[in-house]
Design a binder for this molecule. Structure first.
Ligand code: 5RP
Length: 214
């Protein structure tokens, strides 16, 4: 079964979780590209926050109301893709360089739902881990991080540099704490399991819901 079919199946299942009156966070990427029309087709009265300019434009073109994220303090639901999903629900995100805004929107939501094709389920996380770095002091930040490659993409919408950490992962807890401690790192693409309410994965033509054991 093609990855696109699995992405669509997962996205359409997630769209059914959106209810009238909700405030909804919209992620970024090719899986979310299937989510937006599926939500719009339901003709619900909802207000959205977008994690990227691409998503904002696509959502508006479909008739969805997108609000300024600076003015929204809470969302009912956020739905987004992922690059890697480990069995313990650690995620790697940021393949589309939107991980800083995506993490903020995930944290704004009462429930953060991840949608993915089955290729995103991995036995353990691996490099690269996307980074967003402040331009100020960049050479020093790169020296402190050591195993980092600058990504050949435009700056983030917040004016920062996109890069990828390619060193050892070890335990994601320790790597997360270390990356967060390096001055100049605006955000990294490791998402803690505590953020994730549910993973909806497309397997063939079926959507499967995975929930974390608390
Ligand atoms: C963008 C992301 C995406 O959610 C992630 O890269 C998955 O993308 P896709 O749905 O295209 O496979 O984190 O920054």
């Amino acid at each position: 079964m093609s990855q696109d079919t699995e992405k669509k199946v997962a996205a359409e299942a997630a769209a059914l979780l959106v209810e009238d009156g909700m405030r909804v966070g919209l992620g970024t990427g090719s899986t979310v590209a299937f989510l937006l029309p599926a939500i719009a087709a339901r003709k619900l009265d909802i207000r959205c926050v977008a994690t990227s300019v691409q998503t904002e434009e696509a959502a508006r073109a479909l008739g969805l109301t997108v609000e300024n994220a600076a003015e929204v303090d809470r969302l009912d639901l956020a739905i987004d893709g992922a690059d890697q999903i480990a069995p313990d629900f650690w995620l790697v995100k940021g393949g589309g360089a939107a991980h800083t805004r995506e993490k903020i929107v995930a944290a704004m939501a009462d429930r953060f739902i991840v949608i993915a094709d089955s290729s995103k389920l991995v036995p353990r996380l691996h490099a690269p881990i996307p980074l967003e770095l402040l331009q100020f002091g960049l050479q020093s930040t790169l020296r402190l991080l050591q195993s980092v490659t600058l990504r050949d993409v435009p700056p983030s919408p917040d004016g920062n540099v996109i890069a990828d950490y390619s060193g050892a992962i070890g335990g994601p807890d320790a790597l997360e704490a270390w990356l967060s401690s390096v001055p100049g790192v605006v955000a990294h693409g490791l998402f803690q399991p505590a953020l994730v309410a549910e993973v909806i994965v497309g397997r063939g033509k079926k959507a499967e819901s995975l929930k974390r054991a608390f």
